[in-house]
Write a protein that binds this ligand. Structure first.
Ligand SMILES: Cc1cc2nc3c(=O)[nH]c(=O)nc-3n(C[C@H](O)[C@H](O)[C@H](O)COP(=O)(O)O)c2cc1C
Length: 163
């Protein structure tokens, strides 16, 4: 079967039609500072054993620090956390003014997140210009019953029940 040539702009535009939730993957780096990256590629993977996954870009500056930590926390964002999301996804100081606590596993839990899923790094597999990362869940907790942050066609929004 011959492969269709895929333009980057078309790939992004068409894949943007698939909505995602938004999470921040956090860890403490080798210098003892918090690191975090925003991902839309998070997914539940397996119940037995309990595995979750996401896809960090190969050129991410945060991912190598999270990988070295060997543990990470998935913080599921609520729709009222767009300012935090933009800050952590941006080029500036990601944690300036961001409230978080440190869990018993030594991971940053972002204040206001809907849920936290703490993981031990299970595997890292090359996947084109990204990695496929699996984490084994070691602790998980729901913190808020509120509107989730959703990302769709380049915009942030919330959840609405279908008619
Ligand atoms: C809604 C949203 C979803 C994103 N999803 C991913 C993702 O799944 N994987 C990824 O590597 N980057 C993703 N990004 C981009 C990174 O969050 C952002 O580029 C990153 O914080 C900067 O990279 P670095 O700090 O790791 O170098 C996403 C950004 C946004 C705003």
């Amino acid at each position: 079967m011959s492969e269709m040539r895929i333009e980057a702009a078309t790939f992004r535009e068409v894949l943007g039609h698939y909505p995602t939730g938004v999470c921040v993957i956090t860890a403490i780096n080798a210098q003892g500072s918090p690191v975090g990256m925003v991902v839309g590629s998070f997914s539940s993977v397996s119940l037995d054993p309990p595995l979750v996954g996401f896809f960090p870009a190969a050129n991410s500056s945060s991912w190598p620090q999270i990988e070295m930590a060997g543990h990470f926390c998935v913080n599921v964002l609520a729709s009222d956390q767009t300012a935090l999301c933009r800050q952590i996804a941006g080029p500036g100081d990601k944690f300036a003014g961001i409230e978080f606590s440190i869990s018993e596993h030594g991971l940053p839990l972002l204040a206001g997140a809907m849920a936290s899923i703490e993981c031990q790094l299970e595997s890292v597999t090359a996947a084109g210009d990204h990695f496929l990362v699996l984490g084994r869940v070691i602790k998980l907790e729901a913190h808020r019953q509120t509107d989730p942050m959703l990302f769709f066609r380049g915009r942030y929004g919330g959840f609405a029940d279908a008619a």
